[in-house]
Design a binder for this molecule. Sequence first.
Ligand code: ZN
Length: 447
Amino acid sequence: MRDDQSVEVESTELLRTLIRNACVNDGNASSGQEVKSVDALEDFFAGSGLAWERHQSLPGRGSLIARIEGRDHSAPRLLLMGHTDVVPANPSGWQRDPFGGDLVDGIVWGRGAIDMLNLTATMAVAMRRLARSGFRPRGTLIYLAVADEEAGGTHGAGYLTEHHAEKVATDYVITESGGVPIPTPSGPMLSAAVAEKGGNSRRLVVAGTPGHGSRPLRSDNALVTAAEVVRRVAAYHPKARIPDEWRRYAQALGLAPDLTAALTDPDRVYETAAALEPLSLARTAHACTHTTFSPNVVRGGSKINVIPDRVEIDVDIRTLPGITPDEVDAMLSEALGDLAGRVEIQRLRSQLGSRSSFDTPLGDAIRRVSAALVPGSRVVPAMTTGGTDAKYFRWQGVPSYGFGLHSRRIPHTEYPLMFHGHNERVDTESLRLSAEMWMALCRDFLA
Ligand SMILES: [Zn+2]
């Protein structure tokens, strides 16, 4: 690539490459094959003067670590982390090929365009430009392109923090997501993710008694019981809590004072969210104030003429920071009520939520750099409802934030629909903004 190419073109082309690599992670250990994008990033970094190495936990599950060594080993280090895997996409719901990386009228289309190949690409562009410019910061700068974020990070960030801890040792981390400008009466608000909910999965095993499907009267059909179990779990909501991150975020939105008060009141937030428009805000308000339960997979039955004796229901449970695995099981028992004795609860995954303070030197630098690039904006710390690899670092006490910058071209209300949804896309202006932000941030914070 030529030196005179713009930041925007470099970012766009690298993003299109990463999209076309289609490192689709379906949750199976053999999927993802992120080594394709590790190869692409090696090609991209070649000749820049950057030092890098690659690691893999399983065949094809590659991750890459690049670094610019600092001059002063007592200065704070910064790690920029992007994942290279994406979730599956069903092309029938898309206007364009989800793995084509089409560029149309300044918009890049494809799975991963905002989650988070856009940031993985723009971080890499910043790294290469900084390296080529001879950037020799005081504190070390580390770039991590990791596998497997979309299945919890076991084969990516989790593997590296466990098996190569010294290679990814840092004082601060930035990863996905945030920075979509939300209009408020006092100017655009950019959220920085400083906390996230815990990921818990439970399998509910419902037992019954097998019998002939031709004689259903008074039978003990596990599927019929399971239907009621699903209904109860879906209808259940534990008492709300108001995390500090949600209170500050809701207050920053500039909503009507009555609405802000209701959304930050544990006794009123559920009913308020249940009737609130737009739906995206309603879902955020609900998920940021409750441990949530979503029954998403069911397996059961064997043959059309056999009354089933076993049905499994997998429930996706997202806990507020501070909620323990035992509390999750107690909530499930409460939800099941008098059916609790007929359901075996199996723990598939129990991960705690995590949070970092934003009142840090890096938080201050993010505020400074963003205000310069997006005039009139302010950065507001927030909680994400999904999981990211930030947790692996927050669990170790390393402040970790989700951030990036976006233009106003794609309305902020579209973003929640595009994450793991149809027609995921990003505008090239947003790519330029993020790449410039990473460079400015590194020069501000590490120099
Ligand atoms: Zn992501």
